[in-house]
Ligand binder design. Structure first.
Ligand code: IMP
Ligand code: MG
Length: 172
C-alpha cells in the first residue's frame, strides 16, 4: 500500500505563496499580467497565487501532457489545450506546479515567445533541480525539493491526490 508523508504543510505553502505574490507585485505593479496555468497540476497554486496578488491579472490555461501513468517523464511533450486569446504585447507568467526535467517548460517558453508577448516569466511552486535535463530559467520558485515523487496541492499520481492540502511524498 502506498503511504503519504507530509513534506510541505498547507500553512508553509500558504505563507510562501503570499511571499511569492508580494515579490511578483513588486516587479509588475501595473498589469494586467496573464497568469497561464499549466493544466492540470498548477490549478490550485494559480488560484491561491492570483488571489494573493494585488497586480491586476487575467487567467488562462494551457494543456500539456508529458507524463503518462508513471512517475517519470516520457520525454515527449504534447499540447492538449491551447490558449483562448492572443498574448501579444502582454506580460505573461507561466504558472507551474513543479519543474522536474525542464522539458515541459522549455517547450512552452519557446511556444509562448513565438506569440510576441512583452515578457515571459516562470513561477513554479516546486523545483526539483536534481533531475533537470534541459536548463530553464525559473524566476519565482516556491520551494526547492529533494528527489522524491510528490503529490497534493494540485499534483497527482495517475490523477489521484490532487486535492490534498499538503504536499506529500508518495512512498510505496
Ligand atoms: P518536466 O517536463 O519533467 O519538468 O515535468 C514537469 C511536469 O511533470 C509537471 O508539470 C508535473 O505535472 C509532472 N511532475 C513532475 N514531477 C512530479 C511529481 O513529483 N509529482 C507529480 N507530478 C510531477
Ligand atoms: Mg504539470
Amino acid at each position: 500500500m502506498p503511504s503519504l508523508r507530509v513534506l510541505l504543510s498547507s500553512q508553509q505553502i500558504h505563507a510562501r505563496v503570499l511571499e511569492m505574490a508580494a515579490a511578483i507585485d513588486r516587479d509588475y505593479s501595473e498589469g494586467p499580467v496573464y497568469l497561464i496555468g499549466i493544466l492540470k497540476g498548477a490549478c490550485i497554486f494559480l488560484a491561491d497565487l492570483a488571489r494573493a496578488m494585488k497586480t491586476p491579472v487575467r487567467i488562462e490555461f494551457i494543456g500539456i501532457a508529458s507524463y503518462g501513468r508513471g512517475k517519470s517523464s516520457s520525454g515527449e511533450v504534447r499540447l492538449t489545450k491551447d490558449l483562448d486569446v492572443s498574448i501579444e504585447g502582454y506580460d505573461v507568467f507561466l504558472v507551474e506546479d513543479i519543474v522536474d526535467s525542464g522539458i515541459t517548460l522549455t517547450y512552452l517558453a519557446h511556444l509562448m515567445a513565438q506569440r510576441k508577448p512583452k515578457s515571459v516569466r516562470i513561477a513554479t511552486l516546486l523545483d526539483r533541480p536534481g533531475r533537470r535535463q534541459r536548463p530553464v530559467e525559473v524566476h519565482y520558485v516556491g520551494f526547492k525539493i529533494p528527489d522524491a515523487f510528490v503529490v497534493g496541492y494540485g499534483l497527482d499520481y495517475s490523477e489521484d491526490y490532487r486535492n490534498l492540502k499538503d504536499v506529500c511524498v508518495l512512498e510505496e
